[in-house]
Design a protein around this ligand. Structure first.
Ligand code: AMP
Length: 122
């Protein structure tokens, strides 16, 4: 899928709209989700223009992938989440209801998250 430069995370990365920043480095910006699903809900976003996990895992240079994964782990450690625990999730494509077409990880924490995901309501 072609990358859409007008997606909301591209606008945040260009400082066109604000975010509640948690972390930033050469490869990554992380900020609080605007509609948190858990007490801690952080989005970890690569600075490169990748529309999805599929795009990122296929096309990103090794240094960007390594930098991204290292940053996600550091953010969780810095937020004190390793001991209580946390969940990371990347919605990819229609069945996963990916809404923003710029690759991102959700980092959920701050309560017992239950086992995996609930089935959709019928
Ligand atoms: P996804 O379904 O994985 O694409 O999730 C997109 C997430 O982005 C949702 O959890 C939204 O609440 C979140 N979101 C959308 N716009 C913003 C924004 N301006 N700042 C922070 N989070 C946002």
């Amino acid at each position: 899928m072609a990358y859409d430069e007008n997606n909301v995370f591209a606008k945040i990365l260009r400082n066109e709209i604000p975010c509640d920043k948690v972390y930033e480095d050469e490869h990554v910006l992380a900020f609080k989700d605007i509609e948190p699903q858990t007490p801690t809900h952080v989005l970890v976003v690569p600075k490169g223009a990748y529309s999805s996990f599929d795009d990122f895992s296929r096309n990103a240079p090794e240094a960007e992938i390594a930098g991204f994964i290292r940053a996600a782990g550091k953010i969780a450690r810095d937020l004190g989440l390793v001991q209580p625990g946390y969940r990371i999730l990347a919605n990819t494509g229609p069945d996963a209801h990916q809404e923003v077409m710029h690759f991102h990880l959700h980092l959920f924490a701050g309560k017992d998250l239950g086992r995996m995901i609930k089935p959709p309501e019928k």
